[in-house]
Each structure stands twice: as structure tokens, then as C-alpha cells.
Design a protein. Structure first.
Length: 701
């Protein structure tokens, strides 16, 4: 691709960002402004015009899905496939570095990565050993993550007791947690970045090596970086300062994960010669949607000013519907989706329903099922989080790293081998006394005289199984999975339905090596799940970031939900809630519906709710408000969406019909009153048509 071809489809601001190849660059990319295009074209420009090797450009983002899209688009621009690109999430790229360098910290290179559930299991075992309440494990996990994201290790906590709201019991758990990770040759998510930062700070020669390897750095979604991620970025860029960060402070919504919006605001101070380019042309949404978003976000005080604009038309006004209860709200959403679908312009996959908390999803799911609307809940249980899949991945982790006691505990009695809790407890006690891992302790028991024959008998087969499978770990991964299935009897144990998922897992590993696959599975998140299929997407506002849909519903626009009740008292948190609504609004391309209920059930009580304070910030000219009155099918204020009840008819969905002009077709849906029944028919010759049965002269065949 020539320089001219590379730049011709870019607007002036995008082109300026691509051409700025030397020195620090901050690209403030508003929602829908083409930031991925800037990153990919800039990568291609550096590679083709500046002759920078593609493997020397470190490109970091936050989801595997975004990283895969970048790789695909960059290789498309370059016209060839390139192996070894350093494009990925912060965690995956740090993992690649630590696979080379981790031995400096006393770990082996084949360390395993603990996901959230592994971390929970380890913390619960520690709490049990300390006679502390196991129910505290989630709160402790969250606090550990927050400290690590701030680069505060257990030694820092102990040295500065007055600085970190010191709690002696928690400190003991933190110390033991890190000790157990080391004993298990394991790192958790936050360790991947914390140890990489330590590596660069404690070993200057190693830092220089990676500065030589990556003279150019690009970071996507920079507003989502936490302290450790920004420290890592600054270390790598400290010499050459060829760092380009792309982000939008108006879309910083992950404070609860440690993201610090101040990073993007401080970038100019940290890199004093940084050039700032604003991308303000929006290619996604209509003017009315953008005006609604702009009215809301402009009320935040802690932001870098920008005003999105578009060449698109005004479009339909934002529709704001008030209902009596959450069931009325869900019913309205389902009926509106059905009506818009039946008009033939949209498929079900074009709709998204966004909400603040997962609790809202249940009643919306009920309404979708009642209306026969296919849907999927995004961000819920992913493929790799299913019990049977996690069990088999745990087998793989133990085969590669027998020191991994957490995953060994998971599989030692799955399927049952007669190694119950009492037996395992005895082995764990012996392991603690001798400061050994579980697997190593098992081998000691088998070969020693001081243990009963029954204990040895129970664990010998398991130890031999793992050692035999370990000897075959360098072969084909698909064959190793087959051996696990055969030798353990796992497929028969879990039953036919779950066995189908394991068959799918077997097909998915073709051509992959075991260590790479384990890393991918460990770093996988629900948002990376494939979104294929014609179904309405249901998700939280947080999960919606980075996505777009022709039609979006934002449910629960009430004080207590949007903004969430925890955030109402603090200005900083209130501004993040406003950013969250802004993200939701800017997911919509053509149509936006905002709904609220006057009364909503929270757990066991029904509460009267006020409208979201953010609604007053939406300019009156870009939205239309109406109320669904209790017990009536009519709308109190004009609505542009006409909802018709379905009546009985022989022309139901799936029936084949003949039209005098368009020939044979298949009924997609039927709806309307008895005297004005309508059908949607898909004709191969002309596509989907909306017809009135009174005039269409359809014949059922």
C-alpha cells in the first residue's frame, strides 16, 4: 500500500495523527470517531514508510477481541500475514515478557496463570487455614487486586502500616497468598503487570533490552489504564518517548477495577512535548443521539473538552418511556423490538438492551422469552468458565505444572477417585509441615514407609496418571485431550450435554500448543465470547463499551440505578456514572430508547424511584417523552412506535404462502387486529414484505 492510499480515507485529524511518528502523541478520540482506524493506519505507516519492523511496535489494548481485530486489520493493510506481532492486552504481552524473564524472581518459566476462580479457591483455602470466615474471599480478592494495581506488594504494606489502612489479619493473608502463589509456580492477573514493572525497575539492562526491541509504543483505550499499567508504559517509553496513546476521558468507566482517569489527564505533564489531537467527527450516531450524549457529558467538570459532530442526519428523536413497574418496562422493550423487527429493517442482532446491574436482566429475559424473541446475555458465563471446561483446563495446568496445588485440588476427585476431603486434608497438613506442594507430597507419601497402605493406594493411580500425561505434553494438544478423556472417564461422568462442550473444546485446539492454549484460556474474558447469531444482546452498561448497535435500549434510568446509589454522595463517582450513561448512549447508531419504572423491586422490597437526574441534562429538542399508563394499552404522549396485539391467524410463522405477483414465500411473523391482520413474508425474489391480509390475496400452501 502506497503512502497516498494509506491516507486517502482519513479525515484531516486522523491523517495528522498517523503522520506524527516521532515523539509523544495523545489522541483524544471521541466515541465512534474511528480510533481503531488511526491505530491500524499509524502502525502500517510506521512499517511501510518509516521502515519500522512490525514486530518492533508494541501495541497494547484491553480485550483479546480488540487485539485480534487490530491484527486482522493491520495485516490487511500490509497485505500479508505477520508472525510474532506484539499486539495484545497488557496482560497477554506482559505474560510473553515474563515467560522469558520470570526466573529472576524465583519462578519457573512454565508458571501458570490463575484466573478469578483460581484466586478465589486459593484465598478460601488460606482463610480456612487461618480460621477466618471463608465468606470474606471476594472482598479480600478485590482488595488484593486494588493493591497490586497500585504496585503495593505485601512487603510495602508491612513497611508502611500507617499509609494503607493497615489490617494485620489482611496483611497475613496477603503474605500467605503470595507465598502460596510462589509455591504453586503461579501468578494471578495483577502479578503479570506488577512483576513486569518490577523487572524493568530492578533490572535496568532488561529494560534497555526491551526499549531496543520496542522503539515505538501504541496504547488503545488509554483512559482505562491503572497505576501499574501507566507505570509500565512510562518505563518503556522513558528513553525514546515515541509513545502514542489513544483514548477518551469521557469513556473512563472502570474505576472499580483500578482504572484512573487522571492518567489521560496527566499525560501532557508526564510527556511535556506531547502533541494533542482531537478526533471529534463521529461516524456512528445520528445528530439527535449525539446531542443527547453531549448534553449529558458536558456536565462533567473533570474532562478534556471536545464536541462530537456528524455528517449524518438528525434521525429519529430519542424516545424516553415511563412505565409503572419493571415488568411493564420489560414488556414495552420486548414489544418495541418485535415491532421494529417485523417492519423488516432490522434483524434481532441489531438490538441491544443495556442496564446498570445484572439484577435487571431477569425480568427482561422473561419478557424476551414470552415474546418469542431470541436473546443472549453478554458478559455472563463464558465457554471457558463452564465447569467441565475449567476441569479439563485444570488437568492441562497440572500436567504442565504439577506444582499447581489449586488446580490439583479441583481435579483430584473429578471424576471421583475415593480421595475425599479427609484424605486430602491429611495430605495438605503433611505438605504444610514439610513446606512441600501437594503433588510433591503425594510422591513422598507413595515412596515412604511412614504412611498407611490405604492412603498410598488411594493416591498412587492419580500420581501415575499425571506423570504419564506429563510425559506426553509436548505432542499434539488434541491427542493429549483425548487421552485425558479416555484415561479419566470424564466424558461418561459429566453426561451427554456437557460432553458436547468437551467435544467442541477438542475441535478448537487443533494446531495449538498446550502452553499457548492455557495462557489464552486463562486470560480469556466473557466479553471476548463470539457474538455470532441473530439474537438481541442483553448486557450491562460496562460490558457495552467498545460495541455498537443500530438500536439501543437503556433500561432503568432512575436515581439509584443510573446513577447507582453508591455513587450519589461523591462527585468523582457521580461523574463516572455520568460517563457510564454517555457510553451507553453512544452505542446507538440509528435509534435510542431510554426507559424507567416508577416502582422497582429490589431484592424483597418494592421501592418508589425518581427519574435519573441525568435525564434533565439531555437537550429537550432531541428527545420525546411519553408514559405507558397502568392498565391501558395506549400511550399518554405521542409515540412513533405503534404496538399491535397479535391475533389468531392461519398465516403463522413458518407457513409457506403464494402471492400473485411475488410467488412463493415463507411467513416470518403475523400480528395486528382481526380486521387488519398483517404478516411479514420473506420472498426469495424480492426479500421481506409487510402485507395486509385484507389486500394481499395470499394463499397458504
Amino acid at each position: 500500500m502506497s503512502r497516498h492510499d494509506m491516507l486517502k480515507d482519513l479525515n484531516p485529524q486522523q491523517r495528522e495523527a498517523v503522520l506524527h511518528s516521532e515523539g509523544p502523541l495523545l489522541v483524544l478520540a471521541g466515541a465512534g470517531s474511528g480510533k481503531t482506524r488511526v491505530i491500524t493506519h499509524r502502525f502500517a505507516y510506521l512499517s511501510t514508510v518509516k521502515k519500522v519492523p512490525p514486530t518492533s511496535i508494541l501495541t497494547m489494548t484491553f480485550t483479546n477481541k480488540a487485539a485480534d481485530e487490530m491484527k486482522e486489520r493491520i495485516e490487511g493493510l500490509l497485505g500479508r500475514s505477520i508472525k510474532g506481532l506484539w499486539i495484545g492486552t497488557f496482560h497477554s504481552l506482559c505474560c510473553r515478557i515474563l515467560r522469558r524473564e520470570i526466573e529472576r524472581f524465583g519462578f519457573k518459566r512454565d508458571f501458570c496463570i490463575y484466573d478469578e476462580h483460581d484466586t478465589y479457591d486459593l484465598i478460601r483455602s488460606i482463610l480456612k487455614a487461618f480460621n477466618m470466615h471463608e465468606a470474606l474471599y471476594k472482598g479480600i480478592s478485590s482488595r488484593l487486586s486494588t493493591l497490586k494495581a497500585s504496585l503495593i506488594g505485601p512487603e510495602d504494606l508491612l513497611k508502611n502500616e500507617d499509609s494503607y489502612d493497615f489490617d494485620e489479619k489482611f496483611a497475613r493473608v496477603y503474605v500467605r497468598y503470595q507465598e502460596e502463589l510462589r509455591r504453586n509456580n503461579a501468578l494471578d492477573f495483577d502479578d503479570l503487570i506488577m512483576y513486569t514493572v518490577r523487572l524493568f525497575e530492578e533490572y535496568p539492562k532488561v529494560l534497555r533490552k526491551y526499549q531496543d526491541e520496542f522503539p515505538y509504543i501504541m496504547i488503545d483505550e488509554f483512559q482505562d489504564t491503572n497505576i501499574s499499567q501507566y507505570r509500565l508504559s512510562k518505563l518503556l517509553a522513558s528513553r525514546d518517548k515515541n509513545i502514542c496513546v489513544v483514548g477518551d476521558d469521557d469513556q473512563s468507566i472502570y474505576r472499580f477495577r483500578g482504572a484512573n482517569v487522571k492518567n489521560i489527564l496527566a499525560f501532557k505533564n508526564d510527556f511535556s512535548k506531547a502533541k494533542v489531537i482531537r478526533l471529534e467527527q463521529n461516524y456512528r450516531s445520528t445528530k439527535h443521539i449525539l446531542d443527547a450524549a453531549g448534553g449529558v457529558i458536558s456536565c462533567n467538570s473533570m474532562r478534556m473538552p471536545k464536541r462530537l459532530w456528524t455528517d449524518r442526519t438528525d434521525g429519529e428523536k430519542v424516545l424516553y418511556c415511563i412505565t409503572n413497574t419493571e415488568r411493564d418496562e420489560a414488556g414495552y422493550i420486548a414489544r418495541t423490538i418485535k415491532e421494529l423487527y417485523l417492519k423488516g429493517r432490522y434483524s434481532y442482532k441489531d438490538f441491544a438492551v443495556l442496564y446498570r446491574v445484572n439484577q435487571q436482566a431477569r425480568v427482561i429475559e422473561d419478557a424476551m422469552r414470552d415474546s418469542g424473541i431470541p436473546y443472549k446475555v453478554i458478559g455472563s458465563l463464558s465457554f471457558y468458565q463452564r465447569k467441565e471446561i475449567k476441569d479439563i483446563i485444570s488437568y492441562l495446568k497440572v500436567i504442565v505444572n504439577p506444582d499447581d496445588s489449586v488446580n490439583l485440588r479441583r481435579i483430584i476427585n473429578s471424576p471421583p477417585r475415593g480421595i475425599g476431603a479427609a484424605t486430602l486434608g491429611r495430605i495438605e497438613n503433611e505438605a504444610r509441615k514439610k513446606d512441600k506442594g501437594l503433588f510433591e507430597m503425594m510422591k513422598i507419601i507413595i515412596s515412604s514407609n511412614g504412611y498407611s497402605a490405604s492412603l498410598k493406594e488411594k493416591i498412587r493411580d492419580f500420581v501415575e496418571l499425571i506423570e504419564d500425561l506429563n510425559s506426553q505434553k509436548d505432542g499434539e494438544l488434541s491427542r493429549l485431550l483425548e487421552l485425558i478423556y479416555e484415561r479419566t472417564g470424564y466424558l461418561e461422568w459429566v453426561g451427554e450435554e456437557r460432553a458436547e462442550n468437551l467435544t467442541e473444546l477438542l475441535h478448537s485446539v487443533e494446531g495449538k500448543d498446550i502452553k499457548g492454549f492455557i495462557d489464552t484460556a486463562s486470560l480469556y474474558t466473557p466479553i471476548d465470547e463470539s457474538q455470532d447469531g441473530d439474537a438481541v444482546s442483553l448486557m450491562t452498561l460496562h460490558c457495552a463499551k467498545g460495541l455498537e448497535f443500530p438500536v439501543v435500549f437503556i433500561a432503568g434510568a432512575e436515581d439509584g440505578l443510573v446513577p447507582y446509589f453508591h455513587a450519589i454522595k461523591r462527585q468523582e463517582e457521580l461523574e463516572e456514572e455520568r460517563r457510564l450513561l454517555y457510553v451507553g448512549i453512544t452505542r446507538a447508531k440509528d435509534r435510542l430508547f431510554i426507559t424507567r419504572a416508577k416502582r422497582r423491586k429490589f431484592y424483597t422490597s418494592v421501592k418508589e424511584l425518581k427519574p435519573s437526574r441525568f435525564l434533565d441534562e439531555i437537550p429537550t429538542g432531541c428527545y420525546q417523552c411519553y408514559e405507558k399508563r397502568h392498565g391501558r394499552g395506549s400511550i399518554a404522549i405521542e409515540t412513533k412506535v405503534h404496538l399491535e396485539p397479535v391475533a389468531s391467524t392461519p398465516f403463522v410463522a413458518g407457513v409457506r404462502v403464494r402471492h400473485p405477483k411475488w410467488g412463493i414465500g415463507v411467513v416470518r411473523e403475523s400480528y395486528g387486529d382481526d380486521d387488519d391482520m398483517k404478516v411479514m413474508v420473506n420472498f426469495p425474489s424480492v426479500g421481506v414484505k409487510r402485507l395486509s391480509l385484507r389486500f394481499a390475496h395470499l394463499e397458504r400452501i
